[in-house]
Design a protein around this ligand. Structure first.
Ligand SMILES: [Zn+2]
Length: 438
């Protein structure tokens, strides 16, 4: 039995296209789009009431493990710079994660994403005291909520050779699990923290692993000036040269942030055709600066870097921050970042995401946004950035099934999950507090 969405303002973002019409969904895919799509006896017909229908949104870079950090006690002392933010907050949180809290973080993060119309997450996971099988726990949680995931484990040399080997092995294990078996719901990338916590040998192993599976490396690059400074000090070379020499500049790679690359480095990143993940709220929160987005010639996608999965708000912040920086972007540039998130995830999952067209995945957001001013293909970005928000997300179809229906989660027991998280989160915070400083 399929679903027919009638009387909808179909709002595509890649490219922006708006028209009143109808969609026929069956077998997890969009079957037909038209003024009045076909239907078969037994199909569920939904009158969208002339409200906007969007493709499921994609979070291009996130850390689901931070979902239980909401409201946690402050760090032992206020961090004074980016490295201290990592040392005093995030590297304590990731060390305190165990299997239970990894899975619960992912469940809560997935529920929050669903309620914002985000149906696919490109995640970057770290849990140095519980590495093996951690990506399976995240996958199970996402599957329970009905979402898609492109997952990787954050390889680092912070915890010595054993920690590095376990991180690489978890990436290999997960890539092998999905290699040659396209289920279109989950896929892997090769995860790496950042140049400043990775040895040369490790960079080689990461790239070798990516080559073995025909995929790319998902790594933080020049998020803060410390990445470049460390590279010049410890390796006597520019960061871009180190990454290039290690062969990380490949089209399949995902570089998160790229906040502090000079024009020559930006040209080389652009030439590689890799995807850059821009995370404006995280960059502001960590006071690390602003990436010169207009200079890049490669795809830039939008991520939240662990601050939930509300892509409406992230897009608004991307827009306002670009204005504040006089970056010269247009609203359509910001919409294109959402399109690029969907394109990168589509490539990894071997399915078309982010489009309301036949054969694309039936990941669809039904809103109750009825525009008060004319909405057209040319001003969709204006409506998206100025008026629309997660409060308009009424129902979500994920993989052809109702995941959220009239604001009620259909795929799992949301109330029980959120109440169970109340037990798991304080225990996680206690373990974190008990860790030695530094
Ligand atoms: Zn990140």
């Amino acid at each position: 039995m399929g679903i027919v969405l009638d009387n909808a303002i179909l709002a595509d973002i890649d490219p922006p296209r708006v028209e009143l019409g109808s969609l026929w969904i069956d077998g997890g895919r969009i079957v037909e789009r038209g003024k009045s799509a076909s239907r078969e006896t037994g199909d569920e017909v939904v009158d969208c009431g002339g409200a906007v229908v969007l493709p499921g949104l994609v979070n291009g870079h996130t850390h689901l493990y931070s979902a239980l950090a909401v409201g946690m006690p402050p760090p032992p002392r206020p961090p004074e710079n980016f490295q201290e933010i990592l040392q005093l907050i995030w590297w304590r949180l990731d060390q305190a994660l165990d299997g239970e809290s990894i899975e619960m973080s992912a469940r809560i993060g997935a529920l929050d994403a669903l309620r914002c119309g985000t149906t696919t997450l490109i995640d970057h996971h770290a849990s140095p005291n519980c590495i093996e099988g951690s990506l399976d726990l995240i996958e199970e949680a996402l599957a329970e909520v009905g979402l898609r995931g492109v997952l990787c484990y954050e390889t680092t040399d912070r915890h010595g050779p054993a920690g590095r080997a376990s991180g690489l092995e978890e990436n290999r294990r997960y890539l092998e699990k999905h290699y040659g078996r396209p289920g279109n719901q989950f896929a892997g990338l090769v995860g790496a923290h950042a140049s400043f916590t990775l040895d040369d040998e490790t960079l080689g192993q990461l790239v070798g692993l990516a080559a073995d599976f025909g995929t790319g490396v998902h790594i933080h690059v020049a998020e803060d000036p410390c990445d470049e400074e460390d590279c010049q000090e410890r390796h006597q070379q520019f960061l871009i040269d180190r990454l290039a020499n290690a062969r990380l500049l490949m089209a399949e790679s995902v570089f998160a942030h790229c906040t502090h690359l000079d024009p020559e480095a930006i040209a080389r990143v652009s030439q590689a055709g890799l995807t850059v993940a821009h995370n404006p709220r995280s960059n502001m929160n960590n006071a690390v600066g602003y990436a010169p987005l207009a200079s890049f010639r490669c795809p830039i996608m939008l991520g939240t870097d662990g601050i939930g999965s509300d892509m409406f708000t992230e897009a608004k912040c991307a827009w306002f921050k670009s204005r504040d920086e006089r970056a010269g972007l247009t609203p359509n540039h910001v919409l294109a970042m959402l399109a690029n998130s969907a394109r990168r995830a589509s490539a990894a999952l071997d399915i078309t995401l982010g489009k309301l067209e036949p054969a694309a995945a039936a990941d669809i957001v039904i809103t109750d946004y009825r525009p008060s001013t004319p909405l057209t293909s040319t001003n969709l970005a204006g409506h998206f950035l100025s008026a629309m928000g997660p409060q308009h997300v009424r129902s979500v179809v994920a993989g052809g099934k109702w995941a959220l229906h009239e604001r009620v989660v259909e795929t799992c027991d949301e109330t029980n999950t959120r109440s169970a998280a109340h037990d798991v989160a304080p225990r996680l915070w206690e373990r974190m507090a008990a860790l030695p400083l530094g």
